[in-house]
Design a protein around this ligand. Structure first.
Ligand code: AVJ
Length: 315
């Protein structure tokens, strides 16, 4: 590769550290957030449109079917604060229902934020869009413009499921600290259900989720000084019964070594790298998690099959 192109690959030093640290663990694992580079985000977008992947479709349907009721319960006007940059479908749905004066998306990717903010402004001329470029798992400040307004936090997509309960609780508490007293939170949580359907949602016949998972190895090879045999690993989605979660793994199909940044990691056939958790909650579990995080659930909307819950909680 020419020198100039090589230099164009920008690497987050935290990625290098997370990979090296993660691979040294007894169960090698790499934090899920590194799945979402440009290609990974595109593949996740494709996942949301798969027949087997019900969460996006079902949550959107719940929001659409109950929009008026959700808005009445959460309170209209004020500020809608979304943790994450927002989806092109769900965000406008909530903006149309809640009619906030301000919309505050919080995301780590500034480029994505600015693009989506511009589009939203064009569609909602009266709406003030105040994007905040920040990692919402770390402390940050909300814009002064929304001080004193009614505040509704929005955390859809069952993204909370990516966090182990201890971290999920910390995250909910930090949302509570940021949004302050008298605020509300609208959160989507995926439910425990038939295990074959759950597994199929994370191992679709089209192989899109497999490509999404394996893209992590491609990213390691591209962004780090690494030689990883991408063909030596396959995607696997496992249900962890004790912990109530789907786990994504990359499973070695033969003995192989990974050379990364001067270090060597050996994998025997069958060894895995754990790449993502997706926790599923029962009715009680979801409410207990919210309560532990400092939020009191006050209303809940589910689909007819009870596959997914959209919950309103108050600070
Ligand atoms: C974006 C974390 C909600 O856990 O369902 C989908 C990610 N990974 N298929 C999920 C994901 C594989 C998704 N979340």
């Amino acid at each position: 590769m020419p020198e100039t192109l090589e230099a164009a690959v920008t690497v987050d030093p935290a990625f290098r550290d997370d990979v090296l640290r993660g691979l040294k663990q007894k169960q090698p694992s790499i934090p899920a957030r590194w799945l979402y580079d440009r290609r990974g985000s595109e593949l996740f977008d494709d996942i949301t449109r798969l027949d087997a992947y019900y969460p996006t479709r079902v949550e959107t349907r719940i929001m659409r079917d109950n929009a008026a009721e959700i808005a009445a319960a959460a309170g209209k006007g004020g500020a809608l604060i979304e943790f994450g940059a927002g989806s092109v479908t769900k965000t406008p749905l909530m903006i149309n229902a809640l009619e906030p004066d301000h919309y505050v998306p919080i995301d780590i990717s500034g480029d994505y934020l600015r693009d989506s903010a511009a589009k939203l402004k064009a569609d909602h001329p009266g709406l003030e869009v105040d994007p905040v470029e920040a990692d919402f798992t770390k402390p940050f400040d909300l814009p002064d413009a929304i001080a004193g307004l009614h505040r509704v936090g929005f955390f859809p997509g069952s993204t909370i499921g990516n966090f182990v309960p201890r971290s999920a609780t910390d995250l909910l508490r930090s949302f509570r600290d940021i949004l302050l007293d008298d605020s509300m939170l609208l959160i989507g949580m995926d439910r425990v259900k038939d295990l074959d359907r759950l597994r199929a949602a994370y191992d679709d016949p089209e192989g899109v989720t497999a490509a999404f998972n394996k893209n992590l190895l491609t990213r390691i090879n591209r962004e780090l000084d690494a030689r990883v045999d991408e063909d030596a690993f396959v995607h696997e989605a496992r249900w962890n019964e004790m912990l109530g979660r789907i786990e994504m793994h990359l499973v070695a199909t033969r003995d192989t070594v990974m050379d990364i940044e001067g270090e060597r990691f050996a994998f025997a056939e069958g060894d895995t790298i754990h790449t993502e958790n997706s926790h599923k909650y029962g009715k009680r579990g979801a409410r207990t998690l919210l309560l532990s995080g400092g939020w009191t659930p006050i209303a809940e909307w589910v689909d007819a099959d009870r596959d997914f819950a959209f919950i309103l909680a108050e600070a």
